[in-house]
Write a protein that binds this ligand. Structure first.
Ligand SMILES: [Zn+2]
Length: 94
């Protein structure tokens, strides 16, 4: 018997990037604290903070079992995000 590969294998959870700068893009963790203690996850932005796109990444999130798609669109702030505890601060990037 051969194992079937279905389309579902290629459908990843989709999240919206809240901000992107030249180093990272950031998205809010959708999972409860008891599943994942992180408020925000971030990945390298490959130096591109301008282009709207979807980035597929292996998540560091404890609530994810697959890669995730993170959408960078017109609603994504072009700013650096600083996370301290439960507070988020957006800063201008240079
Ligand atoms: Zn998480």
């Amino acid at each position: 018997m051969t194992e079937q590969i279905t389309n579902d294998d290629f459908i990843f959870p989709k999240y919206h990037a809240i901000s992107v700068d030249k180093t990272h893009f950031f998205y809010l963790c959708p999972h409860p604290k008891k599943v994942c203690p992180s408020l925000v996850h971030f990945h390298g932005s490959c130096g591109d903070c301008e282009t709207n796109r979807i980035e597929n990444r292996g998540s560091h999130c404890k609530g994810e079992t697959t890669n995730v798609d993170v959408c960078i669109d017109n609603g994504t702030l072009r700013k650096c995000l600083a996370v301290r505890g439960n507070s988020l601060t957006f800063k201008k990037y240079k």
